[in-house]
Design a protein around this ligand. Structure first.
Ligand code: ZN
Length: 508
């Protein structure tokens, strides 16, 4: 009897598969195939997306955007339906998952289910208005080695200023290649922090949190739209769809700490991507404590369900608002090389509401308790400069050249000395990353630019990023890292100058 039921089930499964565009579809993701007994390996993920793309060649294809430290390809599955009208520009949506490898695998696993639904399921109609790029496995080595970091033991989501890791460069390259209008960077966040918060007897308690690109150099209209329109709509939608959501309140590692929002610098993916005019967001869903007992491996089925709900709600909201988002990102891109740059941002105590209550769970009793935290979610911005047309690098060219190369920022080398009007400054780097750099002097002057100097024309795709990386007053400056900070001498004129106008070199 049981065998007959199994045979009928198999028959229905095959018949259903065959019906979908007349092809057999890989119906099960690797995680479903092992019944949630462990997370998928990088090669299983790769095989699955290749099989899906081969079954739907008119809709989907797999592209590699780089390789990990150990040489594994970092792949996207790219959905683009055949166009009925060539003049229509679709909104491009990108979702990246599992930057934190095996520690946060659920986003990548959920994306494989999303991929299947886009190819042949109920999400297929979204492809009339959206091109969708899924990058499920941003850190293949971390996933396969059971780590949060990459094979070099680096947290790749804090490497977007220096871009020292191949995985980080691959993510940056993917944003350049596909030029998404909107990006979602998917993460999970552990509620049990054994080394820190747990020692004080508490767990955090949340289901989903979202953050925008909050760096103050993101074009103002886009930041305003993200903060005041899109983020509240997304939080509302996810909550209505069944997962209580709120704005990201940073990582709570102590019941004594102040509460802020997400990191402000370009060292994370969401802010780095926003610098090319992308509406970019972060999602974090609850990562259950490994100490509890769950029906599936570390509660991975539930964790994937949380991610899936967030991704569904996100995609549906983006679909509904695609015209509005397109207008916002088009305007942001037009402003990238015009709008002034705010270099410094930090958090400070919100005097109007100095305390905030957050529900925390006690480790001993498992009860929820309101805990009061100093509210430091007031953002202060400072050190605004006009968008400089060019930068002139007069010393340490080798060091700067390698930074520019990693960021794919173009430059020219001066072959004959040339006089030009520049802004010179003397500046003192801050002693810690929270503080402002000190501008000691600033003068408009004529500079004889020596042979071998580098000219960086900032009217290029990564021009805004270049301006932030190379000004010591910026919170995203390379000069906040010790190996570069030593190049900034407060007693000397800083060796990188802002040109007041573009400098035209004679052709060599
Ligand atoms: Zn993460």
């Amino acid at each position: 009897m049981r065998i007959r039921i199994v045979i009928i089930f198999i028959f229905i499964t095959i018949a259903y598969s065959a019906l979908c565009n007349g092809r057999i579809v890989p119906l099960q993701t690797p995680l479903e195939a092992v019944r949630y007994a462990r997370i998928s390996t990088s090669s299983e993920i790769s095989r699955y997306i290749h099989a899906l793309a081969e079954s739907y060649p008119a809709l989907a294809r797999v592209e590699s955007v780089g390789r990990s430290v150990l040489g594994h390809p970092i792949e996207v599955i790219r959905f683009s339906a055949p166009r009925r009208d060539d003049t229509l520009r679709r909104l491009t949506v990108m979702i990246a998952g599992s930057q934190h490898g095996a520690a946060e695998p659920a986003g990548g696993e959920a994306m494989l289910m999303i991929a299947r639904e886009l190819a042949s399921g109920y999400l297929r109609p979204l492809l009339e208005e959206l091109d969708i790029i899924l990058l499920p496995n941003a850190n293949p080595d971390g996933r396969d080695m059971g780590r949060r970091s990459n094979a070099n033991r680096v947290n790749i989501n804090t490497d977007f200023v220096l871009l020292l890791q191949p995985e980080t460069r691959a993510l940056k390259a993917a944003v350049e290649r596909f030029a998404p209008d909107i990006l979602l960077d998917s993460h999970e966040s552990a509620i049990l922090k054994r080394q820190t918060l747990a020692k004080e007897g508490y767990l955090t308690d949340f289901d989903a949190q979202f953050e925008i690109s909050n760096n103050p150099a993101v074009p103002a209209a886009l930041r305003d739209y993200a903060l005041n329109t899109f983020l509240p709509a997304l939080i509302n939608r996810v909550s209505i769809d069944g997962l209580p959501a709120h704005r990201y309140i940073g990582e709570i590692t102590s019941i004594q700490q102040p509460i802020t929002n997400g990191g402000l610098t370009l060292h994370n993916f969401r802010n780095a991507a926003a610098m090319s005019g992308v509406l970019s967001l972060l999602v974090e869903t609850k990562l259950d404590s490994r100490e509890a007992v769950f029906p599936t491996y570390r509660n991975i089925e539930q964790r994937v369900a949380r991610q899936l709900l967030c991704l569904h709600s996100f995609l549906k909201l983006v679909h509904e608002r695609h015209t509005e988002i397109q207008a916002q990102t088009a305007w942001a891109r037009a402003m990238l090389h015009h709008e002034p740059l705010m270099l410094y941002a930090g958090y400070t105590l919100n005097q109007e509401q100095p305390q905030t209550a957050i529900p925390m769970r006690r480790l001993d009793t498992g009860q929820l308790e309101q805990r009061y935290f100093p509210d430091h979610r007031k953002q202060i911005n400072a050190d605004e400069i006009a968008f400089p047309p060019m930068l002139v690098v007069t010393r340490h060219q080798d060091v700067i050249r390698s930074v520019l190369a990693r960021h794919r920022i173009d430059y020219q080398t001066v072959l004959q000395p040339i006089d030009h009007a520049v802004v010179a400054m003397r500046v003192k780097t801050p002693v810690n990353s929270e503080m402002r750099a000190e501008l000691l002097a600033e003068t408009h002057q004529s500079l004889t630019i020596a042979r071998g100097s580098l000219l960086i024309d900032l009217f290029q795709p990564n021009g805004r990023t270049a301006a932030l990386l190379l000004d010591p007053r910026s919170i995203s400056s390379i000069f906040r890292y010790p190996e570069y900070a030593r190049l900034v001498k407060p007693e000397e004129e800083f060796f990188i100058y802002r040109a007041s106008e573009r400098i035209l070199l004679d052709p060599p």
